[in-house]
Design a protein around this ligand. Structure first.
Ligand SMILES: NC(=O)c1ccc[n+]([C@@H]2O[C@H](COP(=O)([O-])OP(=O)(O)OC[C@H]3O[C@@H](n4cnc5c(N)ncnc54)[C@H](OP(=O)(O)O)[C@@H]3O)[C@@H](O)[C@H]2O)c1
Length: 242
């Protein structure tokens, strides 16, 4: 079994890798990082690491060329804010006044487009006789139907675009790659660098450790069948509206 985790250096991605090592010790596991090389505990754990910038199609294409067959492909790359000092820092918008076209495009570039590019270049390796999972960590705030609060324009729009990409890929592959289950997953609010500035308002018991989230997501992936393709599913198994 060959498993790839894009964004294995992130909070959720690293925890998913640990779950996979635990539950599928004989799987061949591959992971990517961009700016943060893997933590020591993961660098010597039989995981084969590559540096991949998902904003570069060339980088994704070159990485894809090393694979003949992939069984699980998990994209855990994403952004919510830009954590930099001074003017370069950017938080999600509370109102339209704060909308910044560059920040909007950065969200689209990192949260939406990579899944389409990864699907384009990994289709060949996902097309085989065994069952396969193609999933991306999305976010419930990307659901148009569920949106009752507003705000976070760039992030919400980019996750809604990602959700459309997942639905579209599932439709295109239904006939061509019928063994592949294509899903979007909502992890719940998880204690990582991405959510760190926004954890103050999270109700008691609703801020998950990355270990808990990863355990839930790997449970889901181990249970999904080809007939689950095209679904948006939360960490607890609830099917979410697009
Ligand atoms: N945490 C939450 O509460 C929460 C809630 C809902 C949804 N999500 C979603 O879950 C996913 C993972 O979030 P997280 O909390 O684990 O975030 P995180 O800890 O900030 O990790 C982000 C990951 O994205 C990678 N990345 C960023 N830019 C990249 C690029 N250009 N090319 C390749 N990789 C790049 C980072 O790699 P490097 O560090 O190596 O640069 C890192 O592995 C995101 O899509 C997020 O929207 C999270």
């Amino acid at each position: 079994m060959n498993i790839i985790v894009f964004g294995g250096s992130g909070g959720i991605g690293a925890a998913i890798l640990k779950q996979i090592r635990l539950r599928y010790p004989s799987a061949s596991v591959f992971a990517t990082w961009n700016t943060q090389p893997p933590a020591d505990e993961l660098s010597g754990d039989g995981i084969q690491w590559s540096q991949v910038d998902v904003c570069s199609e060339q980088s994704i294409q070159t990485f894809s060329q090393s694979f003949d067959k992939v069984n699980w492909l998990i994209n855990a790359v994403g952004m919510l804010h830009i954590d930099a000092k001074g003017d370069a820092a950017q938080m999600p918008e509370k109102s339209l006044k704060q909308l910044n076209p560059e920040f909007f495009m950065k969200n689209m570039q990192l949260n939406a487009l990579p899944t389409l590019l990864i699907a384009k270049h990994f289709e060949r390796a996902l097309k085989h006789d065994e069952s396969a999972q193609f999933t991306t960590v999305s976010a419930k705030v990307g659901s148009i139907e569920d949106n009752g609060l507003g705000g976070w324009h760039s992030y919400r729009c980019s996750k809604a675009a990602l959700n459309m990409a997942i639905k579209n890929i599932s439709i295109e592959w239904r006939r061509r790659l019928p063994k592949v289950c294509v899903t979007a997953l909502h992890p719940g609010t998880t204690n990582t660098e991405l959510s760190a500035p926004f954890q103050g308002n999270v109700p008691d018991g609703k801020l998950f450790t990355s270990q808990y989230t990863a355990s839930c997501l790997v449970d889901l992936l181990s249970q999904f069948k080809a007939s689950d393709t095209g679904k948006f599913v939360a960490y607890d198994g609830e099917e979410l509206p697009w």
